[in-house]
Design a protein around this ligand. Structure first.
Ligand code: HEM
Ligand SMILES: *[C@@H]1O[C@H](CO)[C@@H](O)[C@H](O)[C@H]1NC(C)=O
Ligand SMILES: *[C@@H]1O[C@H](CO)[C@@H](O)[C@H](O)[C@H]1NC(C)=O
Ligand SMILES: *[C@@H]1O[C@H](CO)[C@@H](O)[C@H](O)[C@H]1NC(C)=O
Ligand SMILES: *[C@@H]1O[C@H](CO)[C@@H](O)[C@H](O)[C@H]1NC(C)=O
Ligand SMILES: *[C@@H]1O[C@H](CO)[C@@H](O)[C@H](O)[C@H]1NC(C)=O
Ligand SMILES: *[C@@H]1O[C@H](CO)[C@@H](O)[C@H](O)[C@H]1NC(C)=O
Ligand SMILES: *[C@@H]1O[C@H](CO)[C@@H](O)[C@H](O)[C@H]1NC(C)=O
Ligand SMILES: *[C@@H]1O[C@H](CO)[C@@H](O)[C@H](O)[C@H]1NC(C)=O
Length: 533
């Protein structure tokens, strides 16, 4: 027990994980490639007061995302471990409760659902929505852990409401796991964004009749799309327009009661130090996001990999293995004199390929504070679109050399699985109706007990799991060059979709990251390479 505890800081804090790790790779991309074309949520919040839904002005997606994370979490009960950040807010039954008035939850969840995968739950995306909003709109960096599990049913009610008295609010936050001081902090950290909308709270906010704020949202501070301590400075200086402080009807002035509940000590400290406000919010918001139902185990804090291969595709094309992909250099300048080389190692331990990569694109994260520079594998010296490798030699790992410095994860390299790959002999036998065949190339001499296609399916409450369809081993071996044999499965209109390929090699499950479907398939021709041996 003692050695376990002393080891934890070493593994948890001083090391990022080793690539590849499908779930951590996916979470890392969603967390650190915020503005990238492959995974970014930041496109929805540029600029920070951008509102996607309807024609009105005065609201912001950022504010909806932050309120959604809080309302999802606020059902937590520290005593019995129920509730917490588990995406139960997606259920119409929860959204229709008085404590969840407004359209902000639906507006948040609709676009997030499109980013879900077998590796990223909706609850993780709700957490990442808050982090992306805060980090891109002036706020501090917030620790993110993944692995939240989406609830199967609505949680018990428990979100505080502005009509409740201060004792109820203190008790409510205690039930959620936060002290009175932490309550003041969390409310201030949340209410630096957004405001109260007339339509949802007509007794608190009148119709503002403002052409620049057609939805009549009375904002909590003068900068409703930005993270800053104005919510505190304006409150302390007495200039605040916060509708939950200076509302005409004192019953709903919950921020006034909460902010003053320790004699203004906490709010004064926030007003006098933007740095203290930011660091307090980073800590409290991370704890809020990590408040999950008992039994859910979160990953370690997801740190960026300094050198990360991504979009890696390996397939067998006739007599060659073709490799394409990108490598991301995290937090680097746009330096045209930088040299990035990719080395491939084969099964005999020999370096078979040593090519210089060219810059593909640049992406940003944390509101432009961090820049990543991406290089494509495919720009080989011969100018071919992908790297070609002799299948007999195969590929076991990649290494990179960046400005003369070897990047190979401390010697282990970046492992590439060439045991079971998609074969480009896969093809359509008919366009209408759609019928065709997936060919999967299995490396000879490996102990492959199963090959299957994987399809992400949603259950009746929207949670993603993986459905496996076995590919029967060939009755007679079908050679694909010297090193591989083909296993095939047909598909038709009814089950036409995109699949990842799964296999059990020496009893260990492995799946490709990339999906294959219609986009990869040409019409079958007579010359499709298939010969029996
Ligand atoms: C006693 C606790 C709290 C009460 C009574 C409360 C009350 C409210 C009310 C009445 C609104 C207006 C909603 C609307 O017009 O649709 C609101 C908005 C908001 N709340 Fe809270 N809140 C509390 C705590 C928090 C916390 C802890 C956070 C986040 C850390 C948070 C984040 C937000 C945000 C971002 C908005 C703006 C939503 C928008 O503009 O669309 N609130 N809150
Ligand atoms: C609306 O915004 C514009 C541009 O920022 C500003 O010039 C104008 O005064 C604003 N109108 C009102 C009623 O606040
Ligand atoms: C103040 O608000 C409460 C709660 O919405 C409501 O019950 C009460 O009638 C309001 N009081 C006045 C004077 O409008
Ligand atoms: C807290 O600050 C507000 C705003 O300046 C002020 O109105 C109120 O009297 C203060 N309350 C206490 C208990 O100091
Ligand atoms: C990004 O790089 C700068 C300069 O090298 C460094 O100071 C900063 O800590 C880095 N940020 C992150 C999040 O790694
Ligand atoms: C890769 O190629 C570069 C430039 O051609 C060369 O300097 C380097 O030594 C090579 N590295 C290996 C490991 O082959
Ligand atoms: C290189 O690969 C990237 C991503 O895989 C692709 O977008 C790009 O078009 C490719 N470039 C060339 C020249 O093939
Ligand atoms: C598609 O359906 C056909 C007929 O039911 C079946 O034989 C085949 O295995 C299925 N293919 C996949 C990829 O699920
Ligand atoms: C092949 O893998 C299976 C499943 O792990 C194992 O039971 C079997 O012993 C392996 N066979 C060989 C020849 O290694």
């Amino acid at each position: 027990m003692i050695s376990f505890l002393t080891l934890l800081p070493f593994f948890g804090l001083s090391r990022a994980y080793v690539w590849p790790s499908p779930q951590l790779d996916a979470l890392e991309a969603q967390r650190w490639d915020q503005d990238d074309l492959f995974s970014g949520l930041a496109g929805f919040i540029e600029p920070c007061d951008f509102f996607t839904f309807g024609d009105g002005t005065g609201r912001a997606n950022t504010a909806d995302w932050i309120r959604t994370a809080y309302h999802d979490m606020a059902t937590h009960n520290v005593e019995d471990g129920t509730g917490g950040l588990d995406a139960s807010i997606r259920f119409p039954e929860e959204q229709s409760r008085g404590e969840n008035v407004g359209t902000g939850f639906e507006n948040t969840i609709d676009p997030f659902v499109g980013f879900m995968s077998r590796h990223i739950s909706l609850a993780d995306l709700i957490a990442l929505g808050l982090i992306t909003a805060v980090e891109n709109c002036g706020g501090p960096q917030i620790d993110f852990r993944g692995g939240r599990i989406d609830a199967a049913e609505p949680n018990t009610p428990g979100v505080p409401e502005p009509t409740q008295d201060i004792d109820s609010h203190v008790a409510s936050f205690a039930r959620q796991g936060f002290t009175q001081t932490e309550m003041i902090g969390l409310v201030a950290c949340g209410h630096t964004f957004g405001g109260v909308e007339h339509q949802s709270f007509p007794n608190t906010v009148p119709d503002l009749n403002d052409p620049n704020n057609t939805l009549s949202v009375a904002h909590f501070d003068s900068t409703f799309g930005a993270f800053d301590n104005n919510v505190a400075t304006e409150y302390i200086s007495g200039t605040t327009q916060n509708p939950l402080v200076v509302g005409l009807n004192d019953t709903t002035n919950s921020d006034k009661r909460i902010f003053a509940s320790d004699g203004n000590v906490t709010m004064k400290s926030f007003a006098s130090s933007p740095e203290l406000f930011a660091s307090t919010c980073a800590t409290l918001l991370a704890r809020m996001l990590d408040t999950v139902p008992r039994g859910v185990e979160l990953t370690e804090v997801i740190k960026p990999l300094p050198v990360k291969p991504t979009q890696v595709v390996l397939l067998l094309d006739g007599d060659v293995l073709k490799l394409s992909g990108l490598v991301r250099l995290f937090n680097q300048s746009d330096d045209s004199s930088r040299s990035v080389a990719l080395l491939l190692e084969d099964h005999a331990g020999k370096t078979t390929t040593n090519v210089t990569l060219t810059q593909d694109h640049i992406s940003h994260t944390m509101g432009g504070r961090i820049q990543s520079v991406w290089y494509a594998f495919n720009e080989s010296s011969e100018g071919s679109p992908t790297l070609s490798v002799d299948p007999v030699a195969g590929i076991t790992k990649m290494r990179f050399i960046v400005d003369g410095k070897l990047e190979d994860q401390g010697g282990v390299g970046f492992a590439v699985q060439d045991g079971v790959v998609f074969s480009s002999s896969s093809c359509l036998t008919s366009n209408r109706p759609t019928t065709g065949r997936f060919d999967i190339a299995v490396r000879n001499g490996l102990n492959v007990s199963r090959v299957y296609l994987e399809q992400e399916v949603k259950d009746d409450v929207g949670r993603i799991s993986v459905q496996e369809t076995d590919v029967a081993p060939p009755v007679q071996p079908v050679a694909a060059g010297e090193a591989y044999s083909l296993w095939s499965i047909t598909f038709s209109d009814e089950n036409f979709t995109e699949y990842t390929i799964g296999a059990e090699i020496d009893g260990v499950k492995f799946s490709t990251i990339e999906k294959h479907g219609l986009g990869d398939l040409n019409l079958c021709t007579k010359s499709t390479p298939q010969r029996r041996i």
